[in-house]
Design a protein around this ligand. Structure first.
Ligand code: ATP
Length: 382
């Protein structure tokens, strides 16, 4: 087992800075997820840890050892890719044992990563059987990949990595070839597996739900920069900036331009077509912005129908008049597209709402869960 440390890790491709001075301390046994939109640099960062891409700056440490100049096969890592490419003519058993059966040669490429030693037939057999048991593949060992479902093939790919008993697992969108239901199942299986094996794992995905459900901690990246590193709930509750606030959570947080002003002893966010009162515990942070423009943030799930009894009590300071533009029933909830002045909002209301398209209605903002951002820097004030 090992920690992974990135110090000012950088990758420049001619004009593009794919990864920009990334600093991360990935703890031993941690499940760390790198998430961000397409092109944010997450795969490049993972490939540098694997040694498949050379860093143009900074250091990578696995445990205490700087591995920048260590070849991939000697880094004691195993990688699971989105495209897991099993050998079609080999059985599951042979696919899983292949890396261990290969003799190390000085010119060998990527596989096997951890091949300083050779393994006896009995050792290989034991490792494959242990991994097969862990992954529920015991009865499938003699089958060929084409006789397996997508989920089973994915497990074989994982098994192939597990038998190597690496110090670190590196996974690049390993579930993206699976259908939605299987993804959810395999996600849970991967987490359980991680709990049992306790192998430090770095997992890349563009899917924020996958990141939220799997990561002990999540690194949100954009344009090669780390935006925030935190636990899933902290990212959701206390996003550091507008990018993280908009990226984590679905549907995304609503952003509304407001002017910060005083009204008596209260501080309000005035959006022109609406005005809300900042709760006392947050008003202090907005003091310096009185008379200035800010961006007010509220998540769809923190907006309530005033006519339904909810968690939030109606008050002049949190009630907003909106127009109902579109309604999308989802079962328990209904996703409402609302208009307020020239702005649009998305709210997730209880499906008991009596509102109809074309109505004007009043909604309540749970102000204790609202956010405020500096318009220029886009950093969160709270
Ligand atoms: P995706 O989710 O689409 O795979 P990503 O976040 O993993 O995206 P990377 O593949 O790491 O992003 O790419 C980061 C940036 O580096 C992108 O702008 C990409 O175009 C650029 N890039 C990646 N590989 C190369 C390369 N070999 N040569 C030039 N530019 C590259």
């Amino acid at each position: 087992m090992a920690s992974v440390t990135l110090k000012d890790l950088t990758k420049e491709f001619k004009e593009v800075i794919a990864v920009n001075k990334v600093n991360l301390d990935i703890k031993d046994k941690e499940f760390l997820v790198l998430v961000g939109p397409s092109g944010c640099g997450k795969t490049t960062a993972l490939r540098m840890i694997a040694g498949l891409e050379e860093a143009t700056g900074g250091e990578i440490l696995i445990g205490d050892r700087v591995v920048n100049d260590v070849s991939p096969k000697d880094r004691d890592i195993a990688m699971v890719f989105q495209n897991y490419a099993l050998y079609p003519h080999m059985s599951v058993y042979d696919n899983m044992s292949f890396g261990l059966r290969l003799k190390r040669t000085p010119t060998s490429g990527v596989w096997p990563f951890n091949s300083k030693r050779t393994f006896t037939k009995t050792e290989i057999d034991q490792r494959v059987k242990d991994a097969a048991q862990l992954l529920g593949l015991e009865k499938l060992l003699q089958r060929k990949p084409k006789q397996l479902s997508g989920g089973q093939r994915q497990r074989v790919a994982l098994g192939r990595a597990i038998v190597r008993e690496p110090k670190v697992f590196l996974m690049d969108e390993p579930l993206s070839n699976l259908d939605a239901k299987l993804r959810v199942q395999t996600r849970a299986e991967l987490k359980k597996l991680h709990r049992r094996l306790g192998i430090t794992t770095v997992y890349v995905t563009h899917d924020q739900v996958e990141a939220m459900t799997m990561g002990d901690r999540i690194v949100v990246m954009n344009h090669g920069d780390v935006q925030q590193v935190d636990t899933p709930l902290t990212l959701y509750n206390k996003p550091a900036n507008m990018f993280v606030a908009g990226f984590i959570g679905s549907p995304a947080m609503n952003f509304l331009p407001v002017m910060i002003a005083t009204e008596g002893d209260k501080i309000v966010a005035d959006g022109g077509a609406f005005k809300v009162e900042l709760p006392p515990e947050q008003a202090g942070r907005a003091q310096a912005y009185i008379g200035k423009e800010c961006i007010f943030g509220i998540r769809p799930e923190d907006i309530y129908d005033k006519n339904l009894e909810g968690l939030v009590k109606p008050a002049p300071g949190n009630t907003v008049k909106v127009g109902v533009d579109v309604m999308e029933p989802l079962g328990d909830d209904v996703e409402m597209h609302l208009t307020v002045g020239t702005e649009t909002l998305i709210a997730k209301l209880d499906s008991k709402t009596q509102a109809k398209v074309g109505d004007t209605m009043e909604v309540l903002f749970d102000m204790s869960r609202s956010h405020l951002f500096d318009k220029e820097t886009e950093l969160a004030l709270y």
